[in-house]
Structures are given as structure tokens and as C-alpha cells.
Design a binder for this molecule. Structure first.
Ligand SMILES: [Zn+2]
Length: 137
């Protein structure tokens, strides 16, 4: 009996070795990737498969900080490499569709050495919500 074999590319999320998913704060508090950050990883995995290109997380709790409320510091934001992507804007748009209305993603510092996708739980949003929200779009 003859067997058919297919070569299938499996696209996935990769992680830069320096990325922290757990962080000890100066006061000793231990913070981990929050449920919102886990949902971001899930959406990134779906996006990688959709755009047929691996996506690499370059920052989590170690991300650049805009202050104590920065979502990176609370495990609710991720940065993603774009320098290896042919069409970073398409990746952002695909990610936004996967994330849904409780999240936010954009191309930060486009056209510079620091260009990357920043994605986070939408400001003012608690994730997961207490109840399943109904959102008008
Ligand atoms: Zn960021």
C-alpha cells in the first residue's frame, strides 16, 4: 500500500531568550504573565498561522516602561519583532482581528530600528472581565 506524505509548515510563536514572563519587583513582589498576556500569546499563535510566518516575542514583563501603570509591568502587554516580516502592517491588522475588542495592538516606531508590534489589554479594561461582555462594534 502506498502512503502519501505531505510537508506541512507549522508556524508558531517564538520567544527571545531575554524575555521575562515572571519578574521580581523592587519590593519583592513576584509578578507573572497575567491572563491578558496569555490571551495575547494565544492570538499571536493564531496570527502566526494566518500570516504563515513565525512571530517572535521580544518583551513581556521586561518591556519598555512608561511608568508604574505600564501594562508590561503587569503582564498585560507583549512586544513582537517586525524586522523579519515582509508586511508588518498586515501582521498588526491580522492580530487586531484575532484579539477582539478587549485588546489593542499597533506598530510602534514604524520605519526605525525600534519598530515592533506592541499589543496589550486595552487601557481601562480588566481581563478577564467579570462577565462575558456584550460589545457594540
Ligand atoms: Zn510594548
Amino acid at each position: 500500500m502506498e502512503t502519501l506524505s505531505l510537508l506541512i509548515m507549522v508556524y508558531c510563536v517564538r520567544v527571545k531568550p531575554t524575555v521575562l514572563f515572571t519578574r521580581v519587583m523592587p519590593d519583592g513582589e513576584i509578578r507573572n504573565l497575567a491572563p491578558g498576556g496569555i490571551a495575547l500569546l494565544s492570538a499571536l499563535d493564531l496570527t502566526a498561522k494566518e500570516i504563515k510566518h513565525d512571530l517572535t516575542v521580544t518583551a513581556a514583563l521586561d518591556g519598555n516602561h512608561s511608568g508604574p501603570d505600564d501594562p508590561h509591568l503587569h503582564g498585560n502587554a507583549l512586544d513582537v519583532r517586525t524586522h523579519d516580516l515582509d508586511n508588518p502592517q498586515h501582521a498588526v491588522e491580522t492580530l487586531i482581528v484575532q484579539l477582539g475588542p478587549l485588546f489593542y495592538a499597533f506598530l510602534e516606531d514604524p520605519g526605525t530600528d525600534n519598530e515592533h508590534i506592541h499589543c496589550q489589554v486595552k487601557k481601562g479594561t480588566v481581563y478577564p472581565p467579570a462577565t462575558s461582555p456584550t460589545i457594540e462594534t
